[in-house]
Design a protein around this ligand. Structure first.
Ligand code: ADP
Length: 551
């Protein structure tokens, strides 16, 4: 009892420990996940900042290059030079010349030559008629440009000179004093436009409007290649619309990016965005599930392992207890017949003048007790042989009918001693079976012994032999107390005895039936118990079919 309590206590401790480990693992996993997510977000933010910076610098640099080219534009005939430049440089969408007083003089506001010119004039009407100041935007922060191939290309493109080869290039210093250059972003219906212009000493302003489409198509190469197909980088305009994207992700619905940063003053209100279909939350959830499953497996493994260990320990404990019981039972079993034999032998020795019939009875008792001893020792030997798989059988043709008759006859004395009336129902013809006759006899004697031991009060022991070509059945039936249903299969286990008071009073070590069943199974048959109608037990030995008689 103490032992069981210890086992349960140990199991409970194990349970608590594994639950503690499990919850600790959960907690750590959760924390670690937060750390991971934070680190990932930080890394993304840094990448995004670098991209935004690169785009900003590239746009500023190209714009500055265009402004420089503008300042270097040969004087006098700005219009031709500008037009030539526009035709040769895809970054230029429109050109213009503006003078204080008359206002815009090119393109001709009264006769625009194309719808594009008309749209241009309309777009900047507020600027050209001075209702909006040509104010400077906030100065860009000049930073050391990163050596990006795409950036260099774009800057080179911006630097490409106006197509006015004939006119000599003015000296740079002279230009700087003569002209001033400015730029400003201009938001109109369809988004951002950029206007760059120079002002000469006469306050004439001449400049260009950037072709945003050309600029953007080159900026896309500045967006990094996404690390996986679930990711995309995009450039978003002031209205949050995707204008350029890198990556396979479908951004047609203009979803909100996972992370975004402003590009900077060179593209005001524009942003670079990082999109990720496997959002942080879903990745985290996946990790959480994985972690949970792993933790659960860990806890389950600990619990299962622990339970297995405890179960094994309990089994060992029971085994040990059974074996101890077995040893003391065996000792008793050996001691009783030995005592009887010694007692009767002494009586024979001391009383030399005994009447013949008493003498005969004493000798019978000694004989039967010696046989009981032999059976017990045989059982023990069989037990160890069966345990080690060393039991050998000698198969030969046996007449079971004769074997049964002989066995019963050899027990005549025992039957005379016991208050049992023997009835046997045997066929008239021999029942020939190829089997080990000794083993069959041993099983039969075991059953008869048990009937004498446990069903002695039942007055009756009947033996029946039924044979056909498939099977031979030997039934040993008594009118004893029978075996309780919950015990009926257990009594065939090693060291297992019934738990009724009759069994407790009777000597035995719980080996007989388990050995008997094993023997029968080794012979190709089996041994079963059935309660007998009207009370008592029926043990049925079966063996494979009989050889038809007469052969
Ligand atoms: P043992 O007789 O040494 O206890 P066995 O294996 O021969 O061991 O029998 C196991 C148990 O089966 C017995 O302890 C007894 O409780 C029960 N048993 C066996 N034969 C009978 C029977 N004929 N009637 C009632 N109980 C029986």
């Amino acid at each position: 009892m103490m032992h069981t309590r210890n086992l349960i206590l140990g199991w409970l401790l194990l349970l608590i420990a594994s639950l503690l480990i499990g919850s600790m693992a959960f907690y750590l996993l959760d924390k670690q996940q937060d750390n991971f997510a934070m680190a990932a977000r930080e890394a993304d933010r840094e990448r995004l900042a670098a991209v935004a910076e690169t785009i900003h610098l590239t746009v500023s640099e190209s714009r500055d290059a265009l402004a420089t080219s503008l300042r270097e534009l040969p004087g006098e005939n700005y219009i031709d030079a500008l037009e030539n430049w526009r035709l040769g440089n895809p970054l230029i969408r429109n050109v213009f010349v503006w003078r204080p007083g008359p206002g815009v003089i090119f393109p001709d506001p009264d006769r625009p030559t194309s719808s594009e010119e008309r749209a241009f004039l309309q777009r900047y009407a507020a600027l050209f008629d001075l209702s909006t100041a040509w104010a400077l935007p906030a100065a860009d922060s000049p930073a050391a440009p990163a050596p990006v191939q795409a950036r260099r290309e774009l800057t080179e493109l911006a630097k490409s000179r106006p197509l006015a080869a004939s006119s000599p290039r003015p000296l740079a210093d002279e230009i700087r004093t003569r002209h001033r250059s400015d730029w400003r972003p201009w938001f109109w219906e369809e988004g951002l436009h950029i206007l760059i212009w120079a002002t000469d000493p006469d306050q004439t302003r001449f400049g260009i409007e950037l072709e945003m489409a050309a600029l953007l198509s080159r900026l896309v190469t500045l967006l990094p290649e996404p690390a996986n197909p679930q990711e995309a980088w995009a450039l978003l305009d002031d209205r949050g619309q995707v204008v350029q994207q890198r990556g396979q992700l479908d951004l047609s619905g203009n979803p909100v990016p996972a992370l975004s940063l402003p590009v900077g003053p060179s593209l005001p209100h524009w942003q670079v965005g990082l999109y990720s279909r496997a959002t942080a939350a879903s990745t985290q959830q996946g990790l959480w599930w994985l972690g949970s499953i792993l933790t659960l497996i860990l806890v389950a493994a600990i619990l299962l392992g622990g339970s297995l260990l405890l179960w094994q320990a309990r089994r060992n404990q029971l085994d040990a207890r059974r074996k101890t019981g077995f040893v003391s039972n065996v000792s008793h079993e050996l001691k009783t017949p030995l005592t009887t034999i010694r007692m009767y032998a002494e009586m024979l020795e001391e009383q030399e003048q005994l009447p013949t019939d008493r003498r005969r009875r004493y000798l019978d008792v000694i004989g039967s007790e010696a046989r009981r001893l032999t059976r017990l020792v045989n059982n023990l030997l069989d037990f160890s042989r069966l345990e080690q798989g060393r039991k050998q059988y000698h198969f030969q043709e046996v007449d079971l009918n004769a074997l049964l008759t002989r066995t019963l006859a050899s027990h005549a004395t025992l039957q005379a001693d016991a208050p049992l009336e023997l009835s046997s129902d045997l066929p008239d013809t021999p029942v020939r079976v190829t089997t080990d006759g000794d083993a069959v006899e041993q099983v039969l004697l075991n059953l008869v012994d048990n009937a004498l031991k446990y069903a002695g009060d039942g007055q009756e022991l009947s033996l029946r032999l039924v044979a056909d070509q498939q099977q031979v059945c030997i039934e040993v039936a008594d009118r004893g107390p029978g075996i309780a249903p919950q015990q009926a299969e257990k009594v065939f286990d090693m060291f297992q005895r019934g738990d009724d008071s009759l069994t407790t009073r009777t000597q035995g070590c719980g080996l007989g039936l388990s050995i008997a069943r094993q023997l029968m199974r080794d012979l190709g048959g089996d041994l079963h118990y059935h309660p007998r109608t009207g009370g008592g037990s029926v043990f049925t030995m079966t063996l494979p079919g009989a050889t038809p008689s007469g052969e």
